[in-house]
Every structure is written in C-alpha cells, then in structure tokens.
Design a protein around this ligand. Structure first.
Ligand SMILES: [Zn+2]
Ligand SMILES: [Zn+2]
Length: 184
C-alpha cells in the first residue's frame, strides 16, 4: 500500500523517516504503470514544515503522439515537496495536540495527498511521473505517423496516398510549429 501514517513524525519536531516503495504495476487515474514502481522517500518534520524528498522509477504505457501506437516509457522522477505545518498549539484548541498539514499559498497541497495524517504517496508518484512524461511522446524519433488520407500507420505500410507526403520540408516545419503551439 502507498498510504503511510505520519502521526509519529508529526509528533516529533526534527524527526526523519525513510519509506521504501515497491509496488506492483497498477493503474492510476491518469497513469498506467507497466512495471513495478520503486522508490524511496524521506519525510522530515522540520518544525514549521513537512519536507518530503525522494525519487521513483518505473515505466508507463503511453501512446505515440504521431502514430498512436502504445509504447512503454521509462520514468525517473524526483520528488521534492514542502508543506507548511500548523502550530501544535493552534491544533490544541481542537483537543488535538498535534501539528497537521495546512494549505499554504506557495505549496498547495495536492488533493488526496493527506487524509488527516495519513499520506498517500501514490499522489506524489503520479505527480512525479506526469512531470517526467514528454508532452508529445514518440515511439521513435523519426516516427512517420498516420497517413492523413487513409489512416494507415506509415511505419508499417507504404500507402499510395501521395497527396501529402511527410518528407516535404514544409510539412515538417508545420509539425514543429504545431508542437510548439501545443507546448504553450
Ligand atoms: Zn509513432
Ligand atoms: Zn494513405
């Protein structure tokens, strides 16, 4: 499971704990992990902030941006987060003498990351994976894409639609401009 109770850390200022992650491939809301998810995190109670550092490695299934073929893409993601903690004294007014993670202007807490003091690492793993996934992944650098006329995968078959050839420098330029636009 990717949920960890951080109560002990919340209770002790200065405390650091290391968590090892070793999960079988699983399907997340947006990401399909196709190999085990390995990772290591340290969670530190820095007094006013909870500091989470770590890295993950796995691979995910993606669709080539040009020919739509499914492919595996290796992920090496870094995690570095800092969330502000409430004062334990403030928390004491609610008969709970423990600090808890509060919303912070600079470091917005992602939805679902905390349920009370239980942290769901899956949320951080997904975040790191998404950051590592290219906007327009390609199955191969010179993927020829789908034929706009007949829809065939040009990496696999030469079709006879020669109206719009991809090898023209101008259409390559148009592709580049499109890629740039989609990045903005
Ligand atoms: Zn492709
Ligand atoms: Zn064609």
């Amino acid at each position: 499971m990717l949920r960890y109770d951080l109560t002990e850390i919340m209770r002790n200022t200065g405390m650091t704990k290391t968590f090892e992650v070793k999960e079988r491939p699983f399907q997340d809301d947006d990401v399909k992990y196709v190999s085990p998810v390995f990772g290591r995190f340290t969670v530190t109670n820095g007094g006013s902030a909870l500091v989470i550092r770590g890295s993950i490695s796995t691979s995910v299934e993606l669709e080539c941006g040009r020919c739509l073929t499914e492919m595996y893409f290796p992920i090496d993601g870094e995690i570095e987060e800092e969330y502000s903690l409430s004062d334990a004294e403030d928390a004491g007014t609610t008969h709970d003498n423990l600090a808890h993670v509060v919303q912070d202007m600079e470091n917005e807490v992602p939805p679902g990351l905390f349920e009370g003091r239980v942290m769901n690492f899956g949320v951080l793993i997904r975040q790191a994976a998404i950051l590592d996934i290219p906007l327009s992944p390609l199955c191969q650098e010179d993927c020829k894409g789908l034929c706009p006329a007949c829809g065939k995968n040009r990496n696999e078959t030469e079709c006879r639609c020669n109206s719009q050839s991809t090898s023209k420098p101008l259409s390559r330029l148009a592709d580049l401009i499109k890629q740039k636009e989609s990045r903005n």
